[in-house]
Design a protein around this ligand. Sequence first.
Ligand code: TPP
Ligand code: SF4
Length: 291
Amino acid sequence: MPDGAVTEAPQKPGPEILTVGDYKSGDKPIWCPGCGDYGVLSAMYKALTSLQWQQQEVVVVAGIGCSSRTPYFMSTYGIHGVHGRSLPMATGLKLARPDLHILVVGGDGDLLAIGAGHFPHAASRNIDLTCIMMDNQTYGLTKAQSSPTSLIGHKSKSTPYGVIAKPMNPILYALSNGATFVARAYSAKPNDLAQIIAAGMRHTGFSFIHVQSPCAEFFNTYDYYDQRIEALPEDWDRHDLKGSIDLALTEEKVHLGIFYEEERASIERQAHEFEGEKQEFDLAAYLQKFA
Ligand SMILES: Cc1ncc(C[n+]2csc(CCOP(=O)(O)OP(=O)(O)O)c2C)c(N)n1
Ligand code: SF4
């Protein structure tokens, strides 16, 4: 280098910006072509990219089903557990490690059939996690039995004469049980969905995102939803619980957007306030009472 040449100061390495690729595990999804769950996965990558959360700070918890395979495709931590038990697993995890960000993913079968008993408790406790339900109104993995959200008249291998039960309403279920963030999205609109997932993850408390995510293989509802979806009005008051319940009961249109949001202390935050009051407990002496 000639004498007197001016060189640029060495650049300090800046904070690493995470991109969509950083949240991909490298395992390619094995869902059928056209499955709505691809749109949900893509939205999850985008939401995490917008939040810039480190992979090791995030845990994706799932039960069993096509949709519940999602943790395999993420470079975050993940649990692929027992059918219908994602919310109890996530609750325990959040109580033990409140510093982690938790995403629970699953189908309408996993969360509203076998797992339905856990859902209201997670909502009323306001455990701080984001639950994404990929609702295809069928059991995809086990090849198309009807599910709690299948519409009346829906014919399937388990309902050859058509469903006769009134379908469950996931938004209403979440609102009536105390969820503090409730939204609906459509897998065919992954950019809108990504924004809603990011908002749900930023929210402190139980955030529930109901995603209409069609099963291209066994129950293709893209035309049905393309004709019925409608964005919530721009001036929608998302703090109006009663209004949100009325809207959730609407059947003519499938509204998309954030129905409801409320601030309420989450259970793990309240539980950790008892930390200072912990008392020594002698289990052996206690058990002697029953000997
Ligand atoms: C205890 C138990 N019962 C039943 C099953 C069979 N099973 C696996 S996935 C599933 C339903 C999946 O439906 P859903 O959660 O809607 O997910 P999808 O495959 O549609 O994404 C059932 C009944 C199981 N694996 N374990
Ligand atoms: S069976 Fe349905 S839900 Fe499962 S991967 Fe195929 S399209 Fe998706």
